[in-house]
Design a binder for this molecule. Sequence first.
Ligand SMILES: [Zn+2]
Length: 65
Amino acid sequence: MNSSRNICLIRHGGHQQPGSTTFTVGLGFGVVVVHGVPARVCDLCSTDWLDDSVAEKLEQIVEQA
Ligand SMILES: [Zn+2]
């Protein structure tokens, strides 16, 4: 399993690369957008994955929004 850690979950041959993404979450009163979120981004399909620590931080931001 460890050797496939950086392979895109869609399994089309893409690999996850370090990068950043824009995180958007819809709330009852509107949309919160966070730019420049550290993430891993597939070099083929641009699907992004957040690290757990980053996701936690975003949750805190959303709660305070
Ligand atoms: Zn991909």
